[in-house]
Design a protein around this ligand. Structure first.
Ligand code: NAP
Length: 232
């Protein structure tokens, strides 16, 4: 399969590396490939410059958002949540049409300081906004509720724990579930929350996730829903 990962941060890099290691063809999308490759020094989160990361992964290419989305059969949105709609507009409505768009982003608003607040929240979500803006794409919200390392290596957290999927297209959610299984998630750990409006719930996990990070002092944790295998 060909994947476009829109986003050069920790989430995009981690997902791109995992997909490439599984034998998929992977292009990472960015605003301006030359500018991204010219960056020197670690970013504000301590990630090494993208060019150094890419040089160690010759099987991954770096393209502008539009070219990456043209390349990918499936597109992953791993851009900062407050700009994801801009990034996806740059990717291009036509190039995203008919494709699964896996949305791992969180609509965090840092404009009022720390901790960030969610915007939108409660009555709307980023996942829904993306689905409304790109009605010909099949948006599946998933993996946003954990650190990127756990997304692709769930065994980092001992015991049973869960990952959520939200989306309007059942076939797309099944396909994404199989992808999650290929990442190491047991199929029974994947909870289908329902249509894309359920992305509100998945995104509203973030305030407690951020507080847990502060309380525990690390990010190698995840949520386990006891009773999740029980059907009404
Ligand atoms: P990030 O710093 O949140 O986002 C980096 C990406 O956003 C870059 O590709 C950057 O483009 C793009 N971007 C920034 N400003 C932009 C603008 N004005 N227009 C278009 N694109 C813009 O990176 P991250 O930490 O990897 O997180 C990515 C997303 O995944 C976020 O929504 C985050 O909440 C979510 N997430 C992250 C983790 C994690 O462990 N990091 C875990 C769960 C969910 P350039 O490449 O051009 O710089």
């Amino acid at each position: 399969m060909r994947y476009a990962i829109l986003g050069t941060g920790a989430a995009g890099r981690t997902l791109a590396a995992k997909l490439a290691s599984l034998g998929h063809e992977v292009a990472v999308g960015t605003r301006d490939p030359r500018a991204t490759l010219a960056r020197a020094g670690d970013d504000s989160l301590g990630n090494p410059p993208f060019g150094r990361w890419l040089a160690e992964r010759p099987q991954v290419s770096l393209l502008a958002f539009a070219d990456a989305s043209e390349f990918g059969d499936t597109v992953v949105n791993a851009t900062a949540g407050n700009v994801s709609l801009h990034a996806l507009e740059a990717a291009g409505r036509d190039r995203l049409a008919g494709k699964i768009v896996i949305d791992v982003a969180n609509p965090l608003d840092f404009s009022q300081g720390m901790p960030p607040v969610l915007s939108p929240v409660n009555t709307d979500s980023l996942g829904e906004r993306i689905q409304r803006a790109f009605p010909e794409s099949k948006v599946v919200k998933t993996l946003n509720t954990m650190n990127a390392r756990i997304m692709v290596e769930p065994s980092r957290v001992p015991g049973a724990h869960n990952v959520f999927v939200s989306g309007d297209d059942d076939g797309a959610k099944k396909g994404v579930t199989q992808l999650l299984v290929s990442f190491g998630w047991p199929e029974e750990s994947v909870i289908d929350l329902g249509d894309i409006t359920s992305a509100r719930g998945a995104e509203m996990v973030l305030p407690i996730w951020l507080r847990l990070w502060g309380a525990l002092g690390h990010t190698d944790f995840n949520f386990h829903v006891q009773g999740s295998r029980t059907r009404a």
